[in-house]
Design a protein around this ligand. Sequence first.
Ligand code: DQA
Length: 146
Amino acid sequence: SRVMVLNGPNLGRLGSREPDVYGDQDLSALRVLLADAAGETIEIDLRQTDDEAELVRWLHEAVDAASPVVLNPAAFTHYSYALRDAAALVTKAGIPLVEVHISNPHAREEFRHTSVISGIATGVVAGFGFDSYLLALDAVRRIMTR
Ligand code: DQA
C-alpha cells in the first residue's frame, strides 16, 4: 500500500532554510529515511509544493485512492481553511491523516500556536526534527494494522 507524505510551502528549501530550526538535511534525505523505514510493503509517495491549490488536489487524490496521508502543511497550518476542509475530506472518509511539524510550533512565535488542521487530523506529531515524519509513519502503520 501507499502512504502520501505531503509537504507545503518553503519545505523544498529544507537543508538551507533556517538550519538551526529545521536541520541541515533536505527533502531527498527525508525520502531516503522514509523509504528505509517503510520497508517493502509500504510505498512512500513524498511530494512538496508551494501551491495551496495543488495541496488541495493531492488531498482529493488521497481520498479517491484511500491513501493514508502524512501532512506537513507548513505555514498553511496556521490559516488555510481550504486545506483544512480538504484534509477533513480525508479523515471523514475514515482515512488516517497525521499532521507533522519538524519544529515545535508551540515553542515558537504566537502565530504558530494555532493550527486550523489539528482539529480534523487523526493526530499530530511535532518537534522531533525529521523523526516527526518517521513517528507519523509509525502511527499510520499502527492504525493500518489494528
Ligand atoms: C513547520 C512549522 C510551520 O510553522 C512553518 O511555517 C513551516 C514548517 C514545521 O515543520 O516545523 O514552514 O510546519
